[in-house]
Ligand binder design. Structure first.
Ligand code: PMP
Length: 360
């Protein structure tokens, strides 16, 4: 068996320890005589799995009691619709456009109401986070929406926007559990798990209880109502059971590692290795303004498309996978989520240094 260094933006690298444990339990989960994939989601054994996963996540993120944790499906993209359908009581919301995912969410919300773009960084290819200290947010906006870490462009909010008292809704798909967060600052925190937490197919929604109401937009399908899932503790229908089980294992791994403060330190250390190299390189260049750099997704270019392609090809041959930038921006992108070991980043930088020497 040989594992590569996988820099994919998602689905992405998971802790090896978790994968091994899952392999060990594949045929017989803790004496149940079956795989978690094969068991009823109504069984006692599974009930323990999902309850423990929720309890561990609550502990990791210090989630207050007046927030519900929902394990849903449909990917992060389904939340682009669920959020307005459930939260747009005044049919108005403010969106901050910092990349394609924020833009997609904004476009989707326009189907349901007046989704106003109150700031954007599209003028400079989303290479920075706009100043959000004094935005022109409509008085009657039901919420302010952000994509907190922009997977494609590699930017991250270092300071949350001043929402002027409005509910903050955040897509944290690509920075989920990468550092501590103050949950009380948000009305909704959500993300697909396939980057930092588990296999694709699970989306986690952390939502303040007062935002969960019967009062959804007319025509909202039952499956897209937060209340239906909240009242049933995420077991209204068959949940993505195996995926939740793996998420639970990753939560335990994170607790063992020391929790989110430790992850933040580790992530800062890893990102620094790569950014420091980029800042002194004569060949490679980071594409994001320094103060808004993501700890998770690091895009970079050589400035020459052919050389970019050569780099990606040679890197792959050397065991560094998925370094090609998103198809819409080109160049390279190294995603260095929680489970990417420091050694992976060090080896990548070593390889980049060598490539630079050979292609000067
Ligand atoms: N939001 C962000 C920040 C993402 O990175 C992605 C996926 N790359 C999505 C939303 C869409 O997620 P999904 O494919 O789970 O719908």
């Amino acid at each position: 068996m040989s594992r590569v260094y996988n820099f994919s933006a998602g689905p992405a690298v998971l802790p090896e320890e978790v994968l091994k444990e899952a392999a060990d339990e594949m045929l017989d989960y803790k004496g149940s005589g079956m795989s978690v994939m094969e068991m009823s989601h109504r069984s006692k054994v599974y009930d323990n799995i999902i309850k423990e996963a929720e309890a561990d996540l609550r502990e990791l993120m210090n989630i207050p009691d007046n927030y519900k944790v929902l394990f849903l499906q449909g990917g992060a993209s389904q939340q682009f619709a669920m959020i307005p359908m459930n939260l747009m009581k005044n049919k108005k919301a403010a969106y901050i456009i910092t990349g394609q995912w924020a833009k997609k969410a904004w476009k989707e919300a326009q189907i349901y109401g007046d989704a106003v773009a109150v700031a954007s960084s599209e003028d400079k290819t989303f290479s920075y986070i706009p100043d959000c200290s004094d935005l022109d947010i409509p008085e009657d906006a039901d919420y302010v929406y952000i994509c907190e870490n922009n997977t494609i462009y590699g930017t991250k909010y270092k300071k949350l926007p001043n929402t002027k008292g409005h509910t903050l809704v955040a897509d944290v798909s690509s920075c989920f559990l990468s550092e501590p967060v103050d949950v009380t600052k948000y009305g909704v925190i959500y993300g697909g798990v396939q980057k930092n937490i588990g296999p694709a197919g699970v989306v986690i929604v952390i939502i303040r209880e007062d935002l969960i109401t019967e009062d959804t937009l007319p025509g909202t399908p039952t499956m897209l109502k937060y209340k239906i899932h909240a009242d049933a503790d995420s077991l209204y229908n068959t949940p993505p059971a195996y995926g939740i089980y793996i998420c639970g294992k990753v939560f335990k791994w994170l607790k063992k590692m020391g929790g989110l403060s430790v992850m933040k330190e580790r992530n800062e250390e890893k990102a620094k290795i790569l950014y420091d190299f980029l800042d002194q390189s004569k060949l490679f260049k980071g594409t994001v303004v320094k103060e808004d750099r993501s700890l998770m997704n690091v895009p970079f270019v050589t400035g020459n498309e052919e050389l970019d392609a050569k780099f990606v090809k040679e890197a792959k041959e050397a065991g560094f996978e998925n370094l090609k930038g998103h198809r819409t921006v080109g160049g390279m992108r190294a995603s260095i989520y929680n489970a990417m070991p420091k050694e992976g980043v060090e080896k990548l930088v070593e390889f980049m240094r060598e490539f630079e020497k050979n292609n000067a």
